[in-house]
Design a protein around this ligand. Structure first.
Ligand code: HEC
Length: 197
């Protein structure tokens, strides 16, 4: 069998044509090979760098909260709980609302306790306070609620933990079936939380 290139009319030098074909194949192949090497070393670098860079730094575990939003949202609470968080007192013997300072319910270790109070309110059963704690679930979104709960847990001398927006969102979904238009009776708050484990 003779060379196929002789069967057709080839205006070009057949050697130049073969070299051209090799070149057309070789250039993209080389590019792909190069990109693969560059890519692999980039991924390698990205994977290795943090392992080398962070063995000493402790992980960031303390959640932060939006202080400005917390402070701004506290305006909603101030008329009853007071600018100083100790309960607004229209007269020395009268109080609109309980003090936040050291409040067991506000500072409860389970963040769902104060979140539930803010979502659903506390039913007014006595004359101890002139105000009444209505549910603010419709008035405050998750972000504002998390910020204001964190703000009250961390101010007025309190040293409670931050409540995150995610925790509020979870609690809102969890307690969606709690229907207490007048608020949850104070004595039932912990029971409601317990029954929604
Ligand atoms: C219209 C008045 C009023 C407003 C506004 C109000 N509260 Fe209250 N809050 C009360 C009263 C009254 C109680 C006590 C309810 C009871 O026992 O009858 C209370 C109780 C609470 C408690 C339980 C604390 C304890 O130790 O008993 C928390 C937590 C709380 N409020 C948070 C808030 C937050 C946060 C805001 C603002 C976003 C807010 N409240 C706005 C009146 C109010």
């Amino acid at each position: 069998m003779s060379d196929h290139s002789h069967d057709h009319d080839e205006p070009q030098n057949p050697i130049a044509k073969v070299i051209g074909k090799i070149f057309i194949f070789a250039v993209p192949a080389a590019l792909i090979a190069m990109l693969t090497i560059v890519g692999a070393s980039f991924v390698n670098g990205a994977l290795h760098q943090p392992v080398v860079a962070t063995p000493v730094a402790p992980p960031q575990t303390t959640p932060q909260y939006n202080v400005e939003l917390g402070k701004a949202t506290y305006a909603t609470c101030m008329a009853c709980h007071g600018a100083d968080g100790q309960g607004m007192k229209p007269a020395p013997t009268m109080s609109m609302a309980p003090s936040f300072v050291g409040s067991e319910l506000l500072l409860h270790e389970n963040p769902e306790v104060p979140t539930l109070i803010l979502l659903k309110g506390i039913k007014k059963e006595g004359m101890e306070y002139m105000g009444m704690m209505a549910g603010l679930g419709a008035a405050l979104d998750d972000q504002k609620m998390a910020a204001v709960l964190s703000y009250t847990r961390k101010n007025f001398g309190n040293k409670g933990s931050v409540i995150t927006t995610e925790q509020v969102a979870t609690a809102r979904a969890k307690f969606a079936d709690v229907s207490e238009p007048l608020g949850i009776p104070r004595a039932d708050i912990l029971k409601v939380v317990e029954s929604h484990k």
